[in-house]
Design a protein around this ligand. Structure first.
Ligand code: G16
Ligand code: MG
Length: 214
């Protein structure tokens, strides 16, 4: 049975995707091109370097590794400026109630995010105290769909993969959970998150009971 819950950050607990999009768009614009909101979907759950690589392909621009490092840190400085101003009001609907309920019911909680900025986001939105363990982009070498981030979370919490459920909004994240041998609750559209065991539109649609029947 399920004993631990692993949460993705962006798109599940908070909507930082809009800030990532604004910052990447600004970066693309400074290089003389643009990309669509549809293309932006492909950046969700993907690491910073991999996101930049995709964007450079879209703009048909080639850069050296040193230039890429500079571009990525420029984007990150704009992104950090925005997330530093985040408040608890930006936590997605139902999140605080659901995290409170599962914590009270005795489940252990971990974060499993690709972001290297998870610490500041959790602090600004007042969510940090819910988590027993935090695994983020600073602690993993392989990004989703590799299961590393979630396997590390399960290990730190002291549970086997089949005792864990992952909450994910990204296709790559759901795939990571399944590859890791975990249950996956997709946050989004059923037609997109086809590998998920259950799909809901948000944490506001879930109760503790839903975990018992997984
Ligand atoms: C998030 C976002 C991705 C972003 C990645 C890395 O992942 O979904 O779009 O590229 O983190 O973020 P950073 O540049 O802050 O390290 P997740 O796993 O929380 O959805
Ligand atoms: Mg996400």
């Amino acid at each position: 049975s399920i004993k631990a819950c692993l949460f993705d950050l962006d798109g599940v607990l908070v909507d930082t995707a809009v800030y990532h999009y604004k910052a990447w768009k600004r970066l693309a614009n400074t290089m003389g091109f643009d990309f669509t909101e549809e293309q932006n979907e492909q950046l969700k759950g993907v690491s910073r370097v991999e996101s930049l690589n995709k964007i450079l392909v879209w703009g048909a621009v080639e850069k050296t590794d040193a230039e890429k490092e500079e571009l990525a840190s420029l984007k990150n400085s704009w992104y950090v400026d925005m997330i530093t101003k985040m408040t608890p009001a930006e936590v997605l609907p139902g999140t605080v109630d659901f995290l409170t309920a599962i914590h009270k019911a005795g489940y252990k909680l971990a974060l499993g995010s690709a972001s290297k900025n998870s610490g500041i986001i959790l602090e600004k939105t007042d969510l940090a105290h819910f988590f027993d363990e935090i695994v983020d982009g600073n602690m993993v070498t392989k990004s989703k769909p590799d299961p590393e981030v979630f396997l590390k979370g399960a290990e730190l919490l002291g549970f086997k993969p089949d005792e864990c459920v992952v909450f994910e909004d990204a296709v790559a994240g759901v795939e990571a959970a399944k590859r890791g041998g975990m249950k996956a609750i997709g946050i989004g559209e059923k037609s997109v998150l086809t590998q998920a065991d259950v799909v809901v539109s948000g944490l506001d649609k879930l109760t503790v009971k839903d975990l018992e029947t997984l």
